[in-house]
Design a protein around this ligand. Sequence first.
Ligand SMILES: [Mg+2]
Length: 429
Amino acid sequence: MKIIEIKTYHLRQLLDEPFGFSQWWYDQRNILLVEIVLDSGISGWGEAYGPAEVNQTIIEKFYKPHLMSRNPANTDEIWQFMYNRGIDFGRKGVMVAALSALDIALWDIKGKVAGKPVYQLLNKGRETVKTVTPYATGMYFVKRDNLSQHLAEEAAGYVDAGFSSVKMKVGIGDIAQDVANVKAVRTAIGENIGLMIDANHYFSVDEALELGKQVEQYNIDWFEEPVSPDDYAGYRKVRETLNMPIAGGECEFTSIGFADLLSNGCVDIAQPDPCAAGGISEMIKISQLVDQVPPEGKCRFKLRSYVATEAGKNPKTVTSSFVTNSSVQKMTGLGDSETTTQLVFHTWGSGVALSVSLQLCAGLLNGKKSNGNLPYPIIEYDRTINKFRENIFIENPVIFCNGKLTVPQAPGLGFEINREYLEKYRVDT
Ligand SMILES: [Mg+2]
C-alpha cells in the first residue's frame, strides 16, 4: 500500500451579500481540499483552513514530493516528518494547516482500509455514536439598517429550526452597539437558549472587560477570543475577572501551542481547528492535554525534547518526541479533581471539515460530562451561505434533524465526493 498521487482542489464561491466580523469582510469563500490516492485505488480527502492558494502551494511544492511512495498507514511518522521538515519556519500557521489537510486525508484512508468510520478508530469501537448536538454560528455583521433587529431575527430563525444554542459576533467597533446587538439577540431567543459571543481577538483587555461586564446580565455561555491569541496574561485576566466561561484556540497550533494556552490558564473551552492545528493525529494529543487540566485551570505540561532529524534521513525516534498522555504532568499541589476545561472544535469550511469535526466529537468526546449549561460534546455548525457544505457530496451524510447533526457512519470520514461539482467550482485549472 503506497501513495501514488496527491491532488489539490481550490474551490471558490462568490457571495451575493458580503458578511463581516471584527477583522474583515467576506465577499467570497475559498476552500482547499486535498486528495491522496493509493496504488490500491483508495482515495483519502482532507481540507486545509486558511488562504487556499497558499495552502495549495505548500502542499504541492513543499510536502507532496516527500510523500510519494510512502505507506499511508504510518500517520505518526508522516506527521512528524512533515512537521520536522518545516520546523525552522513553520511551527505555527499555514505550514501546519497544509500538514493538517494531508494528515486528515491519511486518516480517511485509515478508516476506509479498516472498513470503519474514523470515530470508531478513535474510540476503539467502544460505541456507536449517531448524532452530535450542534450550535448555530451566525449573526455576522451585514451592511443593513437596524443591525440589532436583523441579528435578532436571524437568531430566532435558528431557534425555530431546532437549535438549542447560537453564537454571534461582537467587536463591531462600538461597544454600545455590541451590547445592543447581544441584548436584542438574547431577547429574541429567550432565556433557555445558549448564547455565545465571539470577538475574534478584537479587544484590548480593558475593552473585553468593559463589554463582558455589560453583557453578563444576558447569560453568556462563553466569550470567544476576547483578546489577542498572543496575550496569555490578558486571557487570564479576562477569565479571572468576568463571570462567564472564556473560549479560544482557533489561532493556536499543535499540541505544543495548546500546552502553552492551557498551562497559562487562558481558557475554559479550548477550540483547536482540526484543519489548521495539526489534523486528526494532533487533535488526539490535544484532547489528552485538555483532559489533564485541573479545575483551578493552571497546570504545567512537560513536553519531551525535540529530536532533530539527521540530515537526509527520516527520523526514527520521532513519535516519542511529542506530547503524549504519559508525558503530560500536572503541576503539583493542584489536586486530582476532575477537569473542567472542555474541547469544542473550531469548524469552518466545507462538508469535509464538518465531517472531520463530527468524527472527532464522536470518537474523542462522546460520553464526557458538560462543565456548563450547554450539551457536551457540542459542534460548531456554521450557518453562513456556503455551497460546499452539503453539495460536494454524492449524498450528504451530515443531516440536521431534531436539533442534532448526524455522524457519518461510512468508512473513513464517511462521505463520497461529487467530482463533477468539484470541477464546476475549481478555480485552479
Ligand atoms: Mg471564532
